[in-house]
Design a protein around this ligand. Structure first.
Ligand code: HEM
Length: 131
């Protein structure tokens, strides 16, 4: 069946995929995102997505979502941004964030696509040491 296929695709995706509700609460998280952030699904489902980011974004993410909902002007949706994630062990890592918006069963859902950039950034830093 089609939904089973879609589930399998998300389950095996290389990139992390997280969905949040209109207030920023995590509804689903795929294994790749769990591995990146070092959490089990039950530890973050129902929590604000801001638990996965360091300051200063942590304190402002609710406002980011609210501003978008009031103005309709996106800063990341349909654009993407390089941001920092916060792992359970407290370490911070860079990733490329893509966000899309869907209306599902009359509710607004946002899907975040997380592409880890740790290796690329490390390589960049090493290169800088030689120049
Ligand atoms: C907006 C950071 C994860 C959904 C933003 C903005 C920043 C940000 C900086 C506003 C940009 C601006 O106003 O200039 C982060 C960081 C994350 C993260 C550091 C690390 C975990 C996520 C995830 C989702 C998400 C996983 C969705 C599942 C949104 C939405 C907006 C937003 C819906 C408002 C719409 C927009 O500005 O386009 N985020 N975000 N964010 N973020 Fe996140």
């Amino acid at each position: 069946e089609n939904t089973a296929l879609l589930k399998a695709i998300i389950e095996h995706a290389i990139d992390g995929i997280i969905t949040i509700d209109g207030r920023g609460y995590i509804e689903t998280i795929n294994p790749s995102a769990c591995a990146l952030f070092q959490y089990e699904p039950h530890e973050v489902i129902g929590k604000n997505v801001s638990v996965l980011m360091p300051p200063p974004d942590k304190e402002h993410h609710d406002e980011y979502i609210q501003r978008y909902q009031h103005t309709g002007r996106p800063h990341i949706i349909g654009i993407g941004r390089e941001v920092k994630g916060l792992k359970k062990d407290g370490s911070v890592f860079p990733f490329r964030l893509g966000v899309s918006e869907v209306q599902f069963s009359g509710r607004k859902i946002y899907t975040g696509f997380i592409h880890d950039l740790s290796r690329e950034k490390e390589a960049e830093e090493k290169l800088k040491e030689y120049t």
